[in-house]
Design a protein around this ligand. Structure first.
Ligand SMILES: Cc1cc2nc3c(=O)[nH]c(=O)nc-3n(C[C@H](O)[C@H](O)[C@H](O)COP(=O)(O)OP(=O)(O)OC[C@H]3O[C@@H](n4cnc5c(N)ncnc54)[C@H](O)[C@@H]3O)c2cc1C
Length: 490
């Protein structure tokens, strides 16, 4: 079978590796000059959850023996992180989140927020467990699951309770006893990490803290570009051909036309690009749609700073520094990030102006191999113009120094800035949005853009397709697509 994969991000690489081999003739078309996509555009440390998805990919495409290409751990150095991350609050409280241990997790929450906090968090994880057990076999790992499967789940009492479709993540958290605004900020982080406004995030996103807790959090030594390299090499070993600088201009059934005018044909086209890019390529959405309209309802982007300290720093793998946890300050932060949200100021969204959060949450990543290097991620609105992003940077650098509590003799030097516009240039994702369409419901969290598209022979994989954003889910979407092509299913 001849297969064209459009896009060489993690999802495209995972799909190409799975579909490559003797049976198929696979070519990957990538508009950029290297494989990795978004994973390259944030140049650094990552937190990997559900490593089983990538382990399965490497075993199924090369076997466990080094002679066959080897398992994931033969190709990248994967290290469990403990703590998973440290949450630091404006009042000086901090919470070091342990990796997987239930008892230690309860103790850590009690120590940070007082007795009962640990039990409340475990209650939320249990809800996440029930939701994951309900959706995994019915919606997540079913390649062509649709609304019909979701309705079937709603119709069973246990399914309805597990998904809690009418409730938000915050409401489920409150029912479990999460009321401290600092704990709420921790919960909100899991909604934001999926591209959802925490005020409206559906309860099913409790699966995210559950997955992290149950299956652990890991880092790739050398950062996520190492993972992209290993996946690319696996593809090449499987006979997959790559064409870089090859931008698809349109996709139709069994054919891809490049920007150069060249036309390529195939039995199957796997679009491993953002859902909005796919709609443009298939002609479903007018290319002339204004950027404001096209990006409304899209998840925020990230502003990334690479900083170098003048002295070695001892920092955990990931630290999250929160600003004021009060209701008004939190709403102001979220209004800035989600201009399309109902509660956002009408004038801000109507005029299309972009505001940056005045009191942002900073996510600081560090790796012990490079004790002077920091990568800082800050949520910013999708499509934030470059001018506004660069204007924001000096404030952020100062804030990083303050929140890290650096002594005056330690200085931070800015080495690199990656803006939403840079992300858009690197990946083609409109506005540089990181997680595709903002998640507002169970359907938008899991069903998203379907694997099997209405156009014959067209499959969609990636962070904006099913089952959701992030490295593991992007790779899982490729498993879904490969399942569709299994001879027993066609
Ligand atoms: C700053 C940052 C930090 C993150 N941190 C984490 C983390 O810690 N843990 C985690 O799990 N996830 C993290 N993520 C999310 C994760 O990186 C993404 O979900 C994942 O990499 C998306 O992969 P993808 O293959 O779906 O899309 P992409 O990586 O966007 O790949 C799409 C590819 O398609 C190409 N393309 C686009 N249009 C065309 C076209 N017309 N023709 C040909 N090629 C085209 C693009 O150039 C790109 O290479 C982070 C993301 C960012 C930006």
């Amino acid at each position: 079978m001849r297969i064209i994969v459009v896009g060489a991000g993690v999802a495209g690489l995972a799909a190409a590796a799975r579909m490559g081999g003797a049976a198929n003739d696979v070519v990957v078309l990538e508009r950029g000059s290297a494989a990795g996509g978004a994973a390259l555009s944030w140049g650094g440390p990552c937190t990997l959850t559900l490593p089983a998805v990538l382990r399965d990919l490497f075993v199924k495409t090369g076997g466990r023996k080094a002679s066959g290409g080897g398992a994931l751990e033969d190709n990248v150095s994967l290290v469990p992180v403990d703590p998973v991350r440290r949450f630091v609050f404006a009042d000086g409280t901090s919470l070091a989140l342990p990796n997987t241990a239930r008892g230690a997790t309860k103790d850590a929450f009690d120590a940070a927020f007082g007795d009962g906090a640990g039990a409340a968090w475990l209650g939320l994880l249990d809800h996440g467990n029930r939701a994951w057990s309900a959706i995994r076999p019915t919606l997540v790992e079913v390649p062509d699951a649709s609304r019909a499967e979701l309705w079937r789940l709603y119709r069973s009492g246990s399914g309805r309770r597990a998904i809690a479709a009418r409730r938000t993540l915050r409401q489920v958290g409150a029912a479990c006893g999460i009321r401290d605004p600092r704990m709420l900020a921790v919960l909100d982080e899991y909604a934001l990490g999926a591209g959802s406004d925490p005020r409206f995030a559906p309860a099913v996103l409790a699966t995210r803290p559950y997955i992290e807790h149950a299956f652990g959090a890991w880092r790739v030594v050398g950062g996520v570009p190492e993972l992209a390299r290993a996946m690319y090499e696996r593809c090449v070993a499987r006979g997959v051909a790559f064409r870089f600088g090859a931008e698809a201009a349109s996709i139709s059934s069994g054919s891809v036309t490049l920007a150069s005018g060249e036309q390529l044909t195939a039995d199957v086209v796997v679009a491993a690009v953002d859902a909005q890019v796919l709609r443009r390529l298939t002609g479903e959405q007018p290319a002339s749609a204004s950027k404001t309209a096209a990006t409304a309802g899209y998840s925020p982007s990230l502003l990334s700073l690479r900083l170098e300290a003048s002295a070695d720093l001892e920092l955990p793998h990931e630290s999250v520094f929160f600003g004021d946890p009060g209701r008004a300050a939190t709403d102001a932060r979220l209004d800035a990030l989600f201009p399309a949200s109902a509660s956002a100021s009408a004038s801000a969204s109507a005029s299309g102006t972009h505001r940056v959060p005045a009191d942002p949450t900073l996510r600081v990543h560090a790796a012990p191999e490079q004790p002077r290097e920091l990568v800082v991620q800050v949520d910013v609105p999708c499509a934030l113009p470059d001018e506004a992003a660069h204007g924001y940077v000096p404030t952020l650098v100062e804030l990083v120094g303050q929140r890290l509590g650096l002594s005056p003799e330690v200085t931070l030097t800015l080495r690199e800035t990656i803006t939403p516009a840079d992300r858009e240039r690197a990946t083609g994702v409109p506005g540089g949005s990181v997680n595709g369409p903002a998640i507002t419901s169970v359907g938008s969290a899991i069903l998203r853009s379907p694997t099997v598209q209405p156009i014959k022979g067209l499959l969609h994989v990636g962070a904006s397709s099913r089952p959701g954003p992030g490295l593991a889910f992007a790779a899982l979407s490729a498993w879904n697509a490969a399942e569709v092509l299994r001879p027993t299913r066609v």
